[in-house]
Design a protein around this ligand. Structure first.
Ligand SMILES: *Cc1c(COP(=O)(O)O)cnc(C)c1O
Length: 388
């Protein structure tokens, strides 16, 4: 059994992928060719957002968004410690300071009430209100500027509450939708839930290519224009007129051509993913594992189907049992970011974010992709049910 079966998907769409690749080989516009523009148009429509800007990865999408919103050294950017490294890495890379906020225990997404506490703690420079980074003097005067909200495992965060807090405090909201392209929140598509959103086309993501890729989404003409400039070395009127410092962050035309073929079947795959997830939840109803919650009004795209075991030992036993039966599992994420060596200079310590720490010890993910059969799923759940 595969954790994510890209071969099963390819079998459905191989002829269209080949046609699209051949078209690029024929016209030869390998950089920002017509397929890139077409992909941007189709995804902007799908997400109901005015602008979609393709870029080289989900990480670049986050970096470009921070740069476009003028986040600078000394700015504080709130985010979750229970996410992939890229979310907070880009904040630190540009010299800004990640201020971590713990998650909700049932959705694994950032907690709006703890976000309020963290903002207050920072405003009053009082880490008795909420744990703050314990950083060098030069950085001590960090100012609240933005939030990167992650839609973890494909489930959107609670944007009504988060956006309200942000508006009240004058903070920019960036949606890290690397895992949630195709999800919905109160009827609205993911990638359109904040000031700017970022997704990833890494092969394992819900809409994955055959290599790296990403996209920024925004309704702001100004931000869109800046991202367009920033992804081509800060270009002005043309690429030899440079008006700001940027990066080489473009999406390859070939990758866009592949993604267009994959996007043709994406809406079917959304339905199939949701069916697969529902089936897992039904099959596990009697187990004492904690199954993922999908609150009313939220529609996850199920980038991962993640469960909580009773404790770390039970998790190990379940994973070993499944591995023995040829069923792969994964742990997202075994070390919360505040305890990663890369962020040691922020001075956070064990115990600062207890919910993230607890989840990192108990969580694991099952094979999840649109082409998983009922028989396969039954084999997964039968194999683990009597050890859970
Ligand atoms: C995958 C991922 C990213 C980074 O995307 P890449 O395309 O791999 O650079 C960022 N944030 C989250 C939450 C992710 O899952």
């Amino acid at each position: 059994m595969k954790f994510i079966d890209l071969a099963a998907q390819q079998k459905q769409i191989r002829p269209q992928i080949e046609t699209n690749i051949h078209q690029v080989l024929d016209h030869g516009q390998y950089i920002l060719g017509p397929e890139v523009t077409e992909l941007e148009k189709r995804l902007a429509t799908f997400c109901d957002v005015k602008h979609a800007l393709a870029c080289a990865s989900g990480t670049d999408a986050l970096l470009l968004s921070l740069l476009a919103h003028n986040i600078r050294p000394g700015d504080a950017v709130f985010t979750t410690p229970f996410t992939f490294i890229a979310t907070a890495e880009v904040i630190r890379l540009i010299g800004a300071v990640p201020v971590f906020v713990d998650i909700e225990p049932d959705t694994y997404n950032v907690s709006p009430s703890k976000l309020e506490q963290a903002v207050k703690a920072l405003e009053k420079t009082d880490n008795r209100i909420y744990p703050l980074p314990r950083i060098q003097k030069a950085e001590a005067e960090i100012k609240p500027k933005a939030i990167i909200v992650v839609d973890l495992f494909g489930l959107p965060a609670d944007y009504d509450r988060i956006n309200a807090i942000a508006e009240n405090k004058g903070l920019i909201v960036i949606e890290d939708a690397a895992q949630s392209f195709g999800a919905r929140y109160n009827g609205k598509p993911a990638c359109g839930l904040a000031d700017t959103a970022c997704t990833s086309f890494f092969p394992a993501k819900p809409l994955g290519g055959y290599g790296d890729g990403g996209m920024c989404f925004t309704n702001s003409d100004t931000i869109a224009e800046k991202i367009q400039s920033l992804r081509v070395h800060g270009k002005g009127a043309n690429k030899y007129d440079n008006i700001r410092i940027g990066i080489n962050g473009r999406l390859d035309t070939l990758q866009a051509a592949i993604l267009l073929a994959k996007f043709d079947v994406f809406e079917d795959e959304v339905r199939m993913r949701r069916q697969v997830a529902d089936r897992y939840t039904q099959l596990l109803a009697e187990s004492d594992l904690v199954v993922p919650l999908e609150p009313r009004g939220f529609e996850s795209i199920w980038a991962q189907y993640s469960l909580l075991a009773r404790n770390q030992d039970t998790r190990r036993t379940i994973q070993e049992r499944l591995a023995g039966a040829g069923i792969p599992t994964a742990i997202y994420y075994p070390i919360p970011l505040h305890l990663q060596t890369a962020f040691a200079d922020l001075g956070y310590k064990d115990g600062d974010f207890p919910v993230s720490e607890d989840c990192s010890r108990r969580i694991f993910s099952l094979p999840m992709h649109p082409y998983l059969t009922i028989e396969q799923q039954e084999r997964v759940t039968q194999t683990m049910i009597d050890v859970s």
